[in-house]
Design a protein around this ligand. Structure first.
Ligand SMILES: [Zn+2]
Length: 75
């Protein structure tokens, strides 16, 4: 709620996103598996071999989920 208030004050938009699986889903091919996270920091897709920092993967998946949700529910 605090984050939402701050974002609104800054003229930003806040979209709540379900965070489940965002750090396990490959942003390249969509493959979701806990094996994609060999360590806390590392993301390594078991399907396509894509590698990245786990936080970057999580952030991009959250962003994509938020954008998809905004399209589904126009303000
Ligand atoms: Zn992949």
């Amino acid at each position: 709620a605090i984050l939402a208030a701050k974002a609104e004050g800054a003229g930003r938009e806040v979209i709540a996103v379900d965070p489940r699986n965002t750090s396990r889903t490959c942003p390249e091919c969509g493959h979701t598996a806990k094996e994609n996270r060999p360590t806390q920091e590392k993301f390594h897709c078991q399907a396509c071999g894509h590698t990245a920092h786990a936080d970057v993967v999580g952030a991009s998946n959250v962003l994509r989920a938020g954008l998809a949700r905004r399209q589904a529910q126009p303000a």
